[in-house]
Design a protein around this ligand. Structure first.
Ligand SMILES: C[S@@+](CC[C@H](N)C(=O)[O-])C[C@H]1O[C@@H](n2cnc3c(N)ncnc32)[C@H](O)[C@@H]1O
Length: 307
């Protein structure tokens, strides 16, 4: 642990730790405020830049993977910023690959972590994490940029690796929600297709500089196969998207009203062939396995076509 300092307690004192004082700091000891000062940045919310400055949260993030016995031989970090989390990851992992889109921050990371790059412990990839080729990694631990967080999560989840990711709190809770709860929705089913998801820590705005507009939360996902089978994964995802656009309607009406999204040529055939009770339910109460059975039936009898 790096002490019990939190944001705003007036103890931002070790601003001279790190290379600026001469010598290379031990991984896991860099002060987040000092990194911000050395990088000379403030964080631009328009570029999804909210840097973690609470040491306790930074210290706990790799711990969520460690306590789940996650293989940390090659950790992927998306959106490395000034490297406060990168530094903690270097202390916990054998090897880290850090992706950062902002060229100024990528340059700073290459300077700040020159020794770790030189030793092969760290690779800095400058680019958009939605576009660059991802390396083979054993886990990802990231404070994600919130703008593309959904796309990034669904880029990572199919890789079948454990993830510890910071999201907007509402997104995190929807991702981990169970059927029958207010938060349960398309995101819960689609994320649950790849992994078990749990919210391990809510994180207040004050943990970041600059503070974001909304609260955050850390989600840990553990990959596993779903307890159902679907013939066509793409159709399953489109079918979920379709019926959840009408979550207040019965599944019967949702299937009928959303053929333009699901691509079903004959939604009535699906309604006629499906279980009556299921057709009278609402999407928020239907389990992933029930959705999978219904999507399989829809694929067989509903004439899926162009989407
Ligand atoms: C929420 S900040 C986290 C920074 C750092 N990991 C931390 O915890 O302090 C997100 C970072 O992702 C970067 N970023 C934004 N969009 C990105 C993208 N599409 N690909 C890679 N990095 C991105 C931002 O420049 C920013 O440094």
């Amino acid at each position: 642990m790096n002490g019990e300092r939190t944001r705003g307690d007036g103890e931002a004192s070790d601003g001279d730790s790190g290379p600026a004082r001469g010598g290379d700091p031990e991984p896991g000891t860099r002060d987040p405020d000092a990194l911000l000062r050395r990088a000379g940045v403030r964080g631009d919310p328009n570029r999804d830049q909210h840097f973690l400055v609470d040491d306790r949260v930074l210290d706990r993030l790799p711990g969520y993977a460690e306590e789940a016995d996650v293989d940390l031989s090659h950790v992927l970090e998306i959106g490395a910023g000034t490297g406060a989390l990168t530094d903690r990851l270097l202390a916990a992992a054998d090897r880290v690959t850090a992706i950062e889109r902002d060229p100024d921050l990528a340059r700073f990371l290459r300077e700040e972590f020159a020794a770790e790059i030189e030793s092969g412990d760290l690779t800095v990839v400058e680019g958009d994490a939605l576009e660059v080729e991802l390396p083979e990694f054993t886990a990802s631990i990231s404070n994600l940029p919130y703008g593309p967080s959904s796309e990034l999560a669904f880029r990572l989840l199919p890789e079948g690796r454990p993830l510890v990711l910071m999201f907007q709190r509402e997104f995190a809770e929807r991702m981990a929600a169970e059927p029958g709860t207010d938060d349960y929705g398309r995101l819960s089913v689609t994320a649950g297709h790849y992994a078990d998801a749990e919210v391990v820590e809510p994180v207040p705005k004050e943990a970041f500089s600059p503070p974001p507009a909304v609260q955050s939360a850390v989600v840990r996902t553990t990959p596993r196969d779903p307890d159902y089978e679907v013939d066509d994964e793409e159709f399953f995802m489109d079918f979920l998207k379709a019926v959840f656009t009408q979550r207040r309607k019965t599944i019967r009406n949702a299937v009928r009203n959303t053929a333009h999204i699901s691509g079903l040529g004959d939604p009535d055939a699906v309604v006629d062939a499906a279980d009556e009770d299921l057709m009278s339910a609402r999407a928020g109460n239907v389990t992933p396995a029930e959705f999978a059975d219904l999507a399989t039936l829809a694929y067989e009898v509903g004439e899926p076509g162009e989407r």
